[in-house]
Write a protein that binds this ligand. Sequence first.
Ligand SMILES: Cc1ncc(COP(=O)(O)O)c(C=O)c1O
Length: 432
Amino acid sequence: MSEHHYLGPQGIIAKKKKYIMPCLAHFYRNPRQIVKGSMQYLYDSEGQRYLDCYAGVSVMNCGHCNPEITQKVTEQVTTLQHVCNIYLTENFVNLAEKLAEVTPGDLQKSFFCSTGSEATEGALLLAEIYTGNSEIIALRQGLHGRTKLGMSITGLQMWRTDPNPVGGIHFAPNPYCYRCPLNKKPDTCDLACANAIEDLIKTATSGHPGAFIAEPIQANAGCVVPPKGYFNRVQEICHHYGTLLITDEVQTGFGRTGKMFAIENWGVTPDIMAMAKALGNGAPISAFIAPAKIADTYTRPGASTLGGNPVSSTAGLAVLDYIEEHHLMENAYARGKQLRAGLRELARKHPIIGDVRGLGLMDGAEFVHADGSPAPEELDNVLEALLDRGFIVGKNGAARNVLAFQPPLIITEENINEVLNALDDVLTAQKL
Ligand SMILES: Cc1ncc(COP(=O)(O)O)c(C=O)c1O
């Protein structure tokens, strides 16, 4: 590796400053140039190895440069790359058939695009076509995209750059039990946050909003897992008012939570589901899927040049095969349990960890001061020290104070112990 001449972190930062729009920030005070990936490991330009516990933000569920997937993608790249779906190729219909199989309930017909933003926007367009109503309810602290509408339905100020968002969007309080926006306690709240959606519909809308959209687990909000029964109640309310329930599985999908899709943890089937990231394991592919009854109302022309491209569809098919054949859902469930148990043990020893939450391998540890206020600087120091020790761990949260574990789902028991031990050492060294 050392013979290769790399730009190096400083060289990249210099070019970034000159040629990339400044909105794009990078993690770490002392960032590394990542040059190679192999399953759960990444390597930098100096040859240091890292255990990747963030998977490129929930993308590399099957691991970096997974040989089985790479082989199928490479074969497709050398056979046929692109003709656009105005011509017939077979991979995208095979992938759509497979998605109908692995998604819950009667979700059946897909539309393929390339990014999560397009998938959520597309899902909202379909809801508007089907219901004839463009009013939307979203959740505070949700994140759904970077495009005009995607940003407008995003409930995190940090990502709402546009001062003139689309109208007709209302935000309900999010199901964040650790810091309940309604100041309730989980055992006595009677799902007040879900009930607030009904209040919103009755007061702030025409009475029949077209869509309610939410992430099953709010990722950027800081791995906010809703209480049991939340989505069931939300679905009841949506059905009552003729509002379609759209789940954004962009971060939670494809085995991450121990189920193929996170919403399945609560036995709920959405009316439309948006997905992206891990579907391609690094190849740009996204989709939204709906039952035939809803999907069949989308009859006016709609196409995406690269949507369902032969190469990205091959990647999607290879990913779904790999998840099933290698039991990644089972591993996500078991390793997630191990990780959260370990984090809870660390929380007893290190008061900086105020809350541990998650499902499968979508887990967060919220860093707080003694008074419960967010501790983002302490978190940054810990992340930096973990990097030096060879561990890449993510961060999210409205206050950027949640340590985020979203590793490749092939991560081993030993790996989890390694990262827990490293975290313990760092927290002890930093007297947290
Ligand atoms: C839940 C969720 N939805 C949508 C998006 C937008 O996806 P993309 O960046 O691929 O447009 C993201 C991005 O991180 C996300 O986390």
